[in-house]
Design a protein around this ligand. Structure first.
Ligand code: ADP
Ligand code: MG
Length: 728
């Protein structure tokens, strides 16, 4: 089918796919109806058991075994009433995806009948074979025993399919020896670590709270393209990104896609995905077109970080699944199309008490808000001291395409504060009297229009780590990534800063009247000043894309871990082993294992890409080029026979095609030689992939992209960038 014809059928298909948006009055009723959440528990559980659950959710208190038995029974009844036949411990292995083994509720009895059951111990613990999940050397293949352990802080939910549904029970995944084999376990540990240190700090301020949590709202970018184009591109199927393809004449230069009208087939898909997410209790809130054609964004309202991490997985899974129902494929890869914007996932992160007080909210007079200054300074110190870990937490072969490619923040970490806050830190560091500048309302030049209150600072989208009013936004995270690891890093590094600053403040107040507000204020401001002074090289308010910044950052001694390999080389430094160990988040063996898994994933994903590219170049690009060359040479012969005076133009084109065929042929041979080699260990192999395999792939791509520009559309079998990006 010609591309043109196909475009038509694709568009028609979009029109016939009916989605059923929720009627506005139903929104509230449907929200979270597929979760066994607080409301459902209140309705169904005996009061004491319900209170036990609430305690375990809000205060991380363990649930009594007897209570778990009742919760299991009630949860099963609820799930079966809603059509569930199976239950699954839903966990997040180090693949970065989610996993689970489905068990039926059915148990046959001796008399040929069957009863349904979910015992307390089935709820609390599962036992999947751990040997086929990446463990980074923590487990040998024969050491297969692993456990999944129920995480009561995240509500169980119903995962629906057209033919039924199952009960998904969020869980952690650990080895028989108790080591974490997943992303959830360290996340929960890091939340506890931060909670302990934050409450310690608050006690110094005379505030007693029961629990401090981190809050996270993640903005997810993604592409939607027609599924037929997807299936005609082996690179998209195998690697999630295009390995060849020349830039379209019209890309994103007109900025006409950003926030533009959402094409109707796309909107139908979004509406259906959102409807499912509402029912799962995922508070998706905003949607819009992104900068690049066919790129979109969805963002939920923030939640406490354990739940937002689970919900982020549900967003990715749901987008992928619902896209297929609309004849689309959702691409979550960080860089599906070269030369066109990649996709990220901004993590908006803050710290809040159980009563909902946001500790990073400066209020109207930040210079007087001592709690805010303390917590904000702790975050700044954490980013400064642990630039390496923030970079490590977002590293992957895929994200290397974004970081530093002038569309996403560079691999260099820095903190953007915005004008008001930066002024306050400058005053502090310079020993000046503190005051906050007042932002005046904006007058728009038309008396009819209302005065608009102005934010305390402009935005800076080039910064990897920006203060955005009452939270920090970590922008380097990749679109396909689990939120968990970056979140762990934020939690544990800030916990360490809070610990350090709390101890320092206590020491400064020793032998002084700490209840005297002036004494307390002075000691605190001196501490904040000292910490800010030590960390100030991390402040940067300018353009992070500019080459001058890279030179400036180097002069300042900031880290620039350009690639995943550079980043992973410092992952298990003494500093990092001590940090994760001290706060009980990851043991040395666990940290080591994560580094190995990340290296392994880097190696394997590049291996898959290189093999896919080699095969596409040989089986799709070369045959098309050869066919065209044949046509050109035949034309020359026929032209001569027909007595045409000259066929120089055709001949020159044939030479060009022939030359590029020779070029791609030798590039393929070079790539093959690289594929046949192998490094001595994971690290050596990763270095080889970065330094030799990636350049060899680029060489093949360059020749292939040249051929794409020479060969007529009827011979070029791969959908072009223009087709994939502009046909909705
Ligand atoms: P912006 O457009 O400036 O990025 P939004 O208000 O649209 O800000 O918020 C972006 C994301 O930040 C949303 O997911 C939002 O829920 C989240 N967010 C807002 N406040 C907080 C907070 N206190 N903690 C964590 N995330 C937050
Ligand atoms: Mg934002």
């Amino acid at each position: 089918m010609s591309t043109h014809l196909h475009n038509l059928t694709a568009a028609k298909k979009g029109r016939t796919q009916q989605s059923t948006p929720i009627e506005p009055p139903d929104l509230e009723d449907h929200f979270a109806e597929n979760t066994f959440g607080i409301d459902e528990m209140r309705k169904r559980l005996p009061k004491t058991v319900f209170e036990g659950m609430v305690n375990s959710i809000t205060k991380s208190a363990p649930l009594a075994t007897h209570d778990a038995e009742i919760v299991a029974l009630t949860m099963k009844e609820w799930a079966i009433e809603h059509g569930a036949t199976h239950f699954v411990h839903w966990f997040q292995p180090l693949t970065g995806l989610t996993a689970g083994k489905h068990d039926s509720f059915i148990n046959p009895t001796q008399v040929g009948q069957a009863v349904t059951s979910l015992r307390g111990r089935d709820l609390i613990q599962g036992e999947p074979d751990a040997s086929s999940f990446p463990s980074g050397g923590l487990r040998a293949t024969h050491e297969a025993r692993g456990y999944t352990v129920w995480d009561p802080s995240s509500p169980a939910f119903l995962a629906e399919n057209d033919n039924g549904c199952y009960l998904a029970i969020p869980a952690c995944f650990v080895s028989w020896t108790g080591e974490a084999l997943d992303h959830k376990t360290p996340l929960l540990r890091s939340i506890d670590a931060l909670d302990r240190q934050a409450r310690r700090v608050l006690r110094l301020f005379g505030e007693h709270v029961e629990r401090v949590q981190t809050t996270v709202g993640a903005e997810q970018e993604y592409y939607l393209i027609d599924e037929e184009f997807f299936y005609r591109r082996p690179d998209l199927v195998n690697a999630g990104r295009t390995l060849i393809g020349c830039a379209p004449p019209k890309g994103q230069q007109l900025d006409d896609h950003y926030f533009g009208e959402i094409p109707s087939r796309i909107l139908a898909c979004m509406l259906e995905a959102e409807k499912e997410l509402y029912r799962l209790g995922v508070p998706v809130k905003t949607r819009h077109n992104e900068v690049a054609p066919s790129q979109y964004e969805v963002a939920p309202v923030f939640e406490i970080s354990g739940i937002s991490s689970d919900h982020q997985h549900l967003i990715m899974i749901t987008l992928k699944r619902i896209a297929r129902k609309h004849g689309l494929v959702c691409l979550l890869h960080e860089k599906p199309f070269a030369g066109i914007n990649g996709s990220g996932k901004h993590i908006n992160w803050s710290i809040a008490t159980d009563s909902g007080t946001n500790l990073l909210d400066p209020g109207d007079t930040p210079h007087e808000n001592l709690i805010f200054l303390f917590f904000c300074t702790a975050v700044i110190r954490a980013v400064y001291r642990h630039q390496d870990l923030l970079r490590i937490s977002v590293s992957s072969a895929a994200n290397d395409h974004r970081l530093g490619a002038n569309e996403a923040p560079p691999a260099i970490m820095s903190v953007f504060l915005g004008k008001t806050l930066r002024d306050i830190y400058d005053q502090l560091i310079n020993g000046e009297e503190l005051h906050s500048g007042k932002e005046t309302d904006l007058f728009l030049g038309v008396t009819l229009l209302p005065l608009v209150p102005r934010h305390t600072g402009d935005r800076n989208r080039t910064s990897p780590f920006a203060f955005t009013g009452n939270k920090f936004e970590f922008r380097s995270v990749g679109s396909s990534q689990s939120l968990a690891f970056p979140n762990v890093v934020l939690n544990v590094t800030v916990a360490e800063s809070l610990d350090y600053m709390a101890t320092s403040l206590r020491n400064r107040l020793r032998n002084k009247d700490r209840h005297d507000p002036e004494v307390f204020r002075t000691a605190l401001l001196h501490l904040v000043r000292d910490v800010a002074t030590d960390s100030q090289t991390i402040f940067f308010e300018g353009d992070n894309y500019a080459e001058e910044w890279h030179q400036e950052a180097e002069r300042r001694g900031l880290l620039n871990l350009r690639t995943t390999v550079d980043a992973l080389e410092v992952m298990t430094s003494d500093k990092n082993v001590e940090l994760f160990g001290k706060y009980g988040v990851l043991s040395e063996a666990e940290l080591d294992s994560r580094m190995e898994v990340m290296l392994e994933q880097y190696d394997m994903s590049l291996d898959i890409e290189a093999r896919t590219l080699e095969s596409m170049a040989r089986t799709a690009v070369l045959p098309a080029a050869a066919a065209y060359l044949h046509e050109l040479t035949q034309t020359c012969i026929q032209a001569k026979k027909a007595g045409l005076s000259s066929s120089d133009g055709v001949l020159a084109t044939a030479e060009e095609v022939n030359g590029t065929i020779n070029a791609i042929r030798s590039a393929i041979e070079n790539l093959n030689a690289q594929l046949a080699a192998e490094g001595d260990d994971l690290h050596a192999e990763a270095v080889r992939k970065r330094d030799h395999v990636i350049p060899a792939m680029l060489q093949v791509r360059e020749a292939a992209d040249q051929l794409e520009q020479l060969i007529p559309g009827d011979k070029w079998t791969l959908p072009s960038y223009t087709t994939m990006l502009f046909v909705h």
